[in-house]
Every structure is written in structure tokens, then in C-alpha cells.
Design a protein around this ligand. Structure first.
Ligand SMILES: [Zn+2]
Ligand SMILES: [Zn+2]
Length: 281
């Protein structure tokens, strides 16, 4: 059993209702195990420091990640999910339809999804018969996997360049979850991008979605049977962010899918999640 699988198993023992979304996350991980990832930071990364300062997502700058080259291959490899044991039949059928997409189309798709355009997503969803939200999910899983080879190095570069804005420095999406980690500067709050997987520091107090720092317009929702997580609410922009407050460094708690039960609890409250990759039905 791999380290991730072990961590997931122990997380699930206490949260058996998460079975289905976890099965998908794990199956993707296992299908893409050993696939090609970016191994070196782009050689021209330092040229775009200024853009980082202006919160321009790194993947949209001139930095040569060439992410679409490998992410497209990884995307099409997800067709292998059709043979994954634990997935619902419908998900397997959807994954199998990735075979209807050509490599060139997949490259374009990755590029456009990162740039926030829906055009290619719509047309390829129609052409392939894959539902748009599932196709988008597959794209982000591939992007995230492709970046995993430089994740630590890239996060260090981002931190060294003092990035502290509220959107993901790599892909530009809003954070999906937050967590706390001990660093040289003490216990710091980090934001986690549910889309590309990047993590970066953010001020301890304040809403990560709007400019609200007024604590009177914020509150915290704890749950007695979920002591590792809490939900931070902003009454100004009416959003919430799930925050992992546990000490376990295996990282599962900060994954959006690992606490989808909290999103279900939040559904009727009027507060909305802002950066989740998976939305509860
Ligand atoms: Zn991101
Ligand atoms: Zn807010």
C-alpha cells in the first residue's frame, strides 16, 4: 500500500460516506502513477517575477512550462479508468470516451481550460460525449499530475518571491481549502488550490475571497464529529472556506474531496464555496 493510499484509508475509516468521490480521486492517482511529469522549473521563470507580483497566473505568462505537452498525454491516459474496479459504471463509460479525443485537441483543451475559456470544453464535450464538468475535472487532474514533479520547487520559488495574494499563483483559480502548517515563521495559514494543487501562504486573518478583514463579519463553524476541520465563513461576500486544522502532515484533509460532507452541510446556509473542483450534487 502506498503512502497516499494508507493516509486515505485511515481518513476514510472515520468517514465512510466519502466512498465514491474518494474512489475517483484514488483511481485517477493510480492510473497516472508513473506517467510523465514536468521535472524542471522553466529556465525563464525569473523573467516573469514581475508578473507574479501583479498576480498574473504563472501558467499564463511567458514562462515555458509547456504544460499542455504532457498534460494532454496524461489526460488521454485517464481513459484507462474504464477498467478501474471501484468506480460507478457511468464514470467508467465517461472516461472511456476520452478515446474520442485526439492528442492535438487535448493539447488545445488543456491550454484553454487553464486560460478560463469554455469554448473548446463545450465543443469537445459534445464531440466526445463526455459531460462538460467531468471533462473539466479530468483536465485539472492531468494538469495537477503534470505539475507534481516541480510542486515543491515551484512553491519555494513562489514563497521566495513573497507571493501572498488570494488567487492561485500558478493557475489563477480561487483556493479550495485552507490549512495551517508550522514554518520557520510560526504556525502559518496556507491556501490550497483544488485545481492545480499549488499551496501558498496567506494572512492568518481575513477572507481569502474578498478584501474583508473585519472579524465581526466573519465566523467559524466547528463540528463536534469533525475535529480536524472547521469552516470559516465570510458574511461580507457570503462565502466559506473549509480549513484543515489537524496536525497530520499526510495532506488528505486539505483536499477538497476529503471533506465534501462539509459542503453538503453548508448547502442550505446561503454561504457558497468559491474554489472547489468537485461540487456536491
Ligand atoms: Zn492552481
Ligand atoms: Zn469574503
Amino acid at each position: 500500500m502506498g503512502a497516499l493510499e494508507k493516509a486515505v484509508t485511515s481518513w476514510l475509516e472515520k468517514r465512510p460516506y466519502l466512498d465514491e468521490v474518494t474512489a475517483l480521486a484514488l483511481a485517477c492517482e493510480s492510473v497516472l502513477e508513473g506517467s510523465s511529469v514536468i521535472e524542471k522549473l522553466p529556465s525563464n521563470l525569473d523573467d516573469v517575477k514581475e508578473k507574479l507580483g501583479q498576480s498574473e497566473p504563472l501558467l499564463l505568462t511567458d514562462a515555458e512550462f509547456k504544460i499542455e505537452e504532457l498534460a494532454s498525454v496524461n489526460l488521454l491516459a485517464l481513459a484507462k479508468l474504464k477498467d478501474a474496479e471501484k468506480l460507478p459504471a457511468e464514470t467508467k463509460t465517461q472516461a472511456e470516451k476520452l478515446q474520442n479525443i485526439a492528442l492535438d485537441e487535448a493539447k488545445e483543451l488543456v491550454k484553454e481550460v487553464i486560460a478560463g475559456s469554455e469554448e473548446k470544453l463545450k465543443s469537445l464535450s459534445e464531440k466526445s460525449g463526455i459531460k462538460q464538468d467531468i471533462l473539466e475535472y479530468f483536465v485539472w487532474i492531468s494538469v495537477r499530475k503534470t505539475l507534481s514533479g516541480i510542486k515543491n520547487e515551484l512553491e519555494k520559488w513562489i514563497a521566495d518571491n513573497n507571493y501572498t495574494a488570494n488567487t492561485c499563483p500558478v493557475c489563477g483559480r480561487h483556493a479550495g481549502t485552507a490549512f495551517f502548517k508550522h514554518t520557520k515563521r510560526g504556525r502559518q495559514r496556507f491556501l490550497h488550490c483544488d485545481h492545480c494543487g499549488t499551496e501558498w501562504t496567506f494572512k492568518r486573518i481575513g477572507c481569502p475571497y474578498c478584501d474583508n478583514i473585519d472579524q465581526k463579519k466573519m465566523s467559524i463553524k466547528d463540528s463536534a464529529d469533525e475535529t480536524d476541520m472547521r469552516v470559516d465563513l465570510c458574511h461580507k461576500c457570503m462565502s466559506y472556506i473549509k480549513t484543515y486544522i489537524g496536525e497530520d502532515d499526510t495532506g488528505i484533509g486539505k483536499e477538497g474531496w476529503a471533506s465534501i460532507h462539509l459542503d453538503i452541510l453548508m448547502k442550505e446556509t446561503g454561504f457558497k464555496p468559491k474554489g472547489s473542483l468537485i461540487k456536491p450534487e
